[in-house]
Design a protein around this ligand. Structure first.
Ligand SMILES: [Zn+2]
Length: 379
């Protein structure tokens, strides 16, 4: 069978411990297109691991039948550090407990001295430039070192993915409808990903300002284009997407199999696997700018009482939730939270006890919001 399973050691975290990544490789090394798929970088987001589990079954079969045309790399559990974060009976998994912050922020910057590395090597041949730039990015990665276990995790995953044509980072939201984040320039060329997954929102941003995993592989090309694109053709050969497989509680064999089949058809349509996936289904949404999605935060602490359901349409000023102060003298002590934009409710909070500043909803609108112009992805 045309498949190899590798283990990538992360070194020891503390004396006597050792963790690793499990990497499933299909197809020939260097075959194109190369697709890289990882799940559950936020280790508390289980739907991705379930979908990856089912996807491996489909890929094993395709490999046994000789149908893997490109190279496919799957990391079905991208964060063994987060998987172990069980504290007093509760699994965490979103933040590095040692102090490196959100596992999906502050990824290595693969741009850096890229202009210097490719100086004198770029031509008017776009295809040749892709190979030149990929080699230079590889050179940058070769020179990077990591000390902590989390930094080793990030560098190890980056090395697996940096030269891919397709990078899918599979997450989920808190309590949510299916959605995807993609760079605007890859829409609508890769809109079939959203169509296959039956996504209800496709959120686009050219740069979230947060160095998220997917942007690691997209930003070097767009930054290099800004730097020298007037002299040489610099394409955007790596399609990246962060896939949000609904909410944290949406975990079942049925959903996992459905999502895996959708990803498999997407890989077929883009040439990584032989076979006809058929026409992509109709899109359930159009792409909207990420800065048109409001992330509603509560100004008060207490018990969260929603007045809207997922998918509900709202207008600015509509009542979306109350936050009840259980310590107040009067039972009427509620903080009313209203929408600030027109749109629909994409995501809510699963756990209903909040502190001030907690995010309680995402409302997808179509018009860019002034207060969402800075950092688009909160920590
Ligand atoms: Zn996530």
């Amino acid at each position: 069978m045309n498949k190899v399973v590798e283990r990538v050691a992360l070194g020891g975290f503390s004396a006597g411990t050792q963790r690793h990544l499990t990497v499933h490789r299909y197809g020939q090394r260097g075959a194109r297109p190369k697709a890289y798929i990882q799940a559950s970088l936020h280790a508390d987001e289980i739907p991705g691991m379930m979908a990856a589990h089912h996807l491996l079954g489909l890929l094993d079969k395709a490999a046994a039948e000789g149908k893997v045309v490109g190279e496919i790399v799957v990391v079905p559990a991208a964060n063994p550090i987060g998987l172990a974060q069980v504290v007093n009976g509760y699994h965490l998994g979103r933040y590095d407990l040692v102090g490196d912050g959100n596992f999906n922020r502050h990824w290595p910057d693969l741009f850096g001295d890229l202009p210097a590395l490719v100086e004198g090597k770029l031509t008017q041949d776009e295809t040749a430039n892709i190979a030149t730039i990929r080699a230079a990015i590889g050179q940058r990665l070769d020179g990077m070192t990591a000390l902590s276990e989390t930094q080793k995790l990030k560098l190890g995953l980056t090395r697996l993915a940096y030269d891919a044509d397709i990078v899918l980072d599979v997450h989920c939201d808190d309590d949510s409808l299916m959605h995807v984040y993609i760079p605007p320039e890859h829409w609508p060329a890769y809109s079939d990903l959203a169509a296959e997954l039956e996504a209800r929102a496709c959120l686009t941003s050219a740069d979230s300002g947060s160095f998220c995993f997917d942007e690691t592989f997209y930003m070097p090309w767009s930054k290099l284009r800004q730097a020298v694109g007037d002299k040489f053709p610099i394409p955007s050969p790596c399609f990246v997407a962060t896939v949000e497989l609904r909410g944290q509680a949406d975990v079942s064999d049925e959903l996992g199999a459905q999502d895996a089949a959708a990803l498999f058809r997407f890989l077929q349509r883009h040439g990584a696997i032989a076979g006809n996936p058929g026409e992509a289904p109709a899109l359930l949404c159009e792409a909207t700018p990420l800065d048109a999605t409001d992330v509603v935060q509560t100004p008060a602490a207490g018990i969260l009482a929603y007045k809207v359901a997922l998918g509900d349409k709202v207008k600015a000023g509509d009542h979306i939730a109350d936050v009840i102060d259980p310590m107040a003298d009067a039972a009427s002590a509620r903080t009313r939270i209203v929408a600030v934009n027109d749109g629909f409710v994409l995501a809510k909070r699963l756990h209903k006890l909040v502190i001030a500043g907690h995010r309680i909803a995402k409302i997808v609108g179509t018009q860019s919001l002034k207060h969402r112009q800075a950092k688009l992805m909160l920590e």
